[in-house]
Design a protein around this ligand. Structure first.
Ligand code: IVH
Length: 705
């Protein structure tokens, strides 16, 4: 670094000096990375580089508040195993709703017209373009320079793959004529020929081959060493954008053209379509050409062309209203069902898995498929009505397997003409195959569950695997395999045991095969670092039935602290009263989830495990209160009468996006009534109750529309 002599010891830095130092070191390391990995022209010695990284890590350790989400510490180079840094997306990365046939597409168009209040024959153009089967990437440019690139991750936070993205030829490092801030989004993928060549080379070297081009692209982009990514033939199509400091254009099509002018590759099968017939015609063309494109696609994406309409349409919780993916039909194949195994999940669900004679379905070798539940095997749905015309599925049968997109392969049908003469109906076990406890079906539940609870080893392992998974505690170096091994030895039976592992078995672990002093110390350091955990992660990690990632975030945002959450759940046990009502008052939490929460926290074994865990934690980081308070956040509003500027649906969506709750009738709990012409009894009632009534113009002024 050359500046070592003038460096202030980290302990003596003020917070401001530390922030300046972090900025300087971050730049220095970034430049060094680019010079080394992309330009093959190092600008400093390895020792200087290592010293810069060490100093940055040290400052970050002493001033953890200053650590930048995109910090280069722990990324490339010296300590690759540490994994990727995280980048919070300035604008969430959404996924797309699906359409499976022409009727779904027409319904999409009707829904948009009704939301916007457009007549059936009013002009409404869409773009149509292939849906690339790769992985999405967001690339941020500031003043035309590539600043960072992040994977989608959970949509809110992705992985920092900047160094890797820079090795992709289709991704410009500098762009001209762009807004000051421009985040370009698109798909990283690998072409068929490149994929075949890569697999052949991997095989020749005795290294692992990839199941399909998408896996190869994902594996290549998520390499900890960008030098490896640089050798992989990755490509990139741009099709969308995130944060922009000024609008790119007035329409989707023009925006894509601008991206093309800046040097991005836009798919040449992108078309502007004036109506749904034209969308479907273009879909048919793309489907015909699919096999000759040279890369995988799994459907066609339709987007409203007018960007001001896109803005008005906005989004649902995870998908935009203005776009849809029209998927190609699933790929299928016939094969023999060798055996039906029963797996026990973390909530005790007994899941039947079909073990198949390996067969290629859409380019992927499939040897397992889900059979859903016992009714599905028996040929009936959960209401008892026949499926597959009542044909059951048996071991030894020939079955039709299909894959739709990413999901686990499924069994669609069975060929009775090839059924062995001596076959017998499959008998679904009534006892847990793992622990022998009774497996029971609650009325109305399609799933049979083991009643062994935390005493069932399979449930223990699954709960632990969930606990350490990426969206949960995400403990570096502690994956499913290690959990299984520790569980087998009896070292880790519940989450709290992870945090006492070092004191109980630290020395033994270092001596185990595949481990050593260094890797054991690394694991323990990773575990220690997780004694501070954000509230939402903790809630999700508990693995409570019906409480997924989104619900965990919702609970965290609603209660902010663990103590507040616990107090309400504890008081909600009678499933009535104020605490219970306050759980149900949260938009997005229904009785099923609330009941599941209460049950889990009141089940003594489960509660003991939760308490033991929280005793091991040093800080449960409270959730951030909603960032910007809109004037209507948390208020209950009622629309009545005719709105003139927008449809009811749009008004409701806008109000909800600003944090308001939209109710259908006026009551004491109503905060605000927006009354258009023709408003009748509701406006009157509001006046009686002394509730504020606004006309549409005043409402729009209030929300700054
Ligand atoms: S638009 C707001 N266009 O499909 C919507 N997505 O299932 C942003 N994808 O996460 C996505 N090709 O990774 C869009 N031409 C295309 C696409 C495309 C592939 C992926 C993308 C997205 C996923 C949703």
């Amino acid at each position: 670094m050359g500046k070592a002599a003038r460096e202030i010891p980290v302990g003596a830095l003020s917070e401001t000096e530390a922030a300046t130092e972090i900025a300087r070191l971050t730049d220095l390391i970034r430049q060094a990375n680019v010079a080394y990995y992309q330009e093959d022209a190092p600008v400093m010695s390895d020792a200087e580089y290592d010293a810069a990284r060490r100093r940055l890590s040290l400052i970050e350790a002493v001033f953890p508040r200053l650590k930048r989400v995109d910090s280069p510490s722990g990324q490339v180079g010296a300590a690759p195993q540490e994994g990727f840094a995280r980048i919070r997306h300035a604008v969430p990365m959404l996924s797309l709703a699906n359409a499976f046939d022409g009727e779904d597409v027409r319904e999409f168009d009707r829904g948009i017209r009704s939301f916007l209040g457009l007549a059936p024959d009013a002009p409404l153009a869409y773009t149509a373009e292939p849906k690339i089967d790769g992985l999405s990437l967001a690339i941020r440019y500031e003043q035309g320079a590539l600043i960072h690139a992040a994977t989608r991750g959970d949509g809110a936070v992705g992985e920092d793959v900047t160094a890797n993205a820079r090795t992709i030829g289709d991704i410009p490092h500098r762009i001209a004529g762009a807004p000051d801030i421009l985040e370009v989004r698109g798909e990283v993928y690998m072409g068929h020929a490149d994929f075949a060549a890569l697999n052949a080379a991997q095989k020749a070297r005795g290294e692992k081959t990839f199941a399909n081009p998408r896996n190869a692209a994902a594996g290549s982009l998520r390499q900890l060493d960008p030098a490896v990514t640089a050798t992989r033939p990755l490509r990139f199509f741009a099709y969308a954008w995130g944060e922009v400091s000024e609008p790119l254009a007035a329409t989707q099509m023009e925006a894509l053209e601008r991206l093309a002018q800046m040097g991005f590759v836009i798919n040449d099968l992108t078309r502007l379509c004036p109506d749904t017939d034209s969308l479907l015609a273009h879909y048919a063309r793309i489907e015909r050409e699919r096999a000759t494109l040279g890369y995988d696609i799994d459907g066609v994406v339709y987007k409203v062309n007018d960007l001001s309409l896109q803005a008005r349409l906005g989004m649902r919780s995870t998908t935009p209203r203005w776009a849809i993916a029209h998927k190609f039909p699933a790929e299928m194949a016939w094969t023999r069902l060798e055996r039906i195994d029963i797996q026990v999940g973390r909530t005790g669900a007994l899941s039947p898995v079909a073990r198949l004679s390996p067969v290629t379905v859409g380019g992927v070798v499939v040897s397992n498929a889900t059979l859903h539940n016992e009714d599905y095997i028996a040929g009936r749905d959960s209401a008892g009505a026949p499926i597959r015309e009542g044909r059951d599925i048996r071991e030894g049968d020939w079955v039709q397997v299909y894959r739709a997109g990413d999901v686990i392969p499924k069994i669609r049908d069975v060929d009775l003409s090839r059924r062995p003469a001596d076959s017998k109906p499959f008998e679904f076990p009534k006892k847990c195959p793992e622990c022998g406890a009774d497996a029971v079906r609650e009325p109305g539940d399609s799933v049979r569950r083991c009643t062994g609870g935390l005493a069932c080893p399979a449930q223990q392992v699954e709960k632990l695997r969930h606990f350490v998974s990426r969206p949960a505690f995400d403990i570096e170096g502690l994956g499913a395999r290690q959990i299984e091994a520790f569980h087998r030895r009896g070292w880790v039976l519940s989450p709290a045991d992870i945090f006492t592992l070092q004191s109980r078995h630290g020395a033994e672990l270092a001596g185990l095969e595949g481990w050593g002093e260094t890797s054991a110390q690394k694991l323990f350091a990773a575990i220690e670092s997780r004694r501070r955990i954000p509230l939402a992660r903790l809630i999700f990690a508990l693995g409570i039935r019906h409480v997924g990632e989104a619900a965990a975030r919702l609970l965290a945002r609603s209660f902010l602290t663990w103590e507040a959450l616990l107090a309400v759940i504890d008081a909600a046990a009678p499933r009535e009263g104020e605490a219970w009502d306050s759980l149900l008052a949260i938009d997005g939490i229904g009785t099923v989830m609330a009941a599941s929460l209460v049950t889990a926290f009141h089940q003594p074994g489960e509660r003991a495990a939760i308490d033991a865990l929280t005793r091991e934690l040093t800080e449960i980081i409270p959730a951030e209160p909603p960032a910007q308070q809109s004037p209507v956040a948390g208020k209950t509003v009622v629309f009545t009468g005719k709105l003139e500027q927008m449809t009811r649906a749009e008004a409701k969506a806008r109000a909800e996006a600003l944090g308001a709750k939209v109710a259908g009738s006026v009551s004491k709990r109503t905060d605000l009534v927006i009354a258009g012409p023709g408003a009748g009894s509701k406006a009157k009632k509001a006046a009686e109750l002394g509730i504020e009534v606004l006309d549409e113009a005043a409402w729009l002024a209030l929300i700054g529309a």
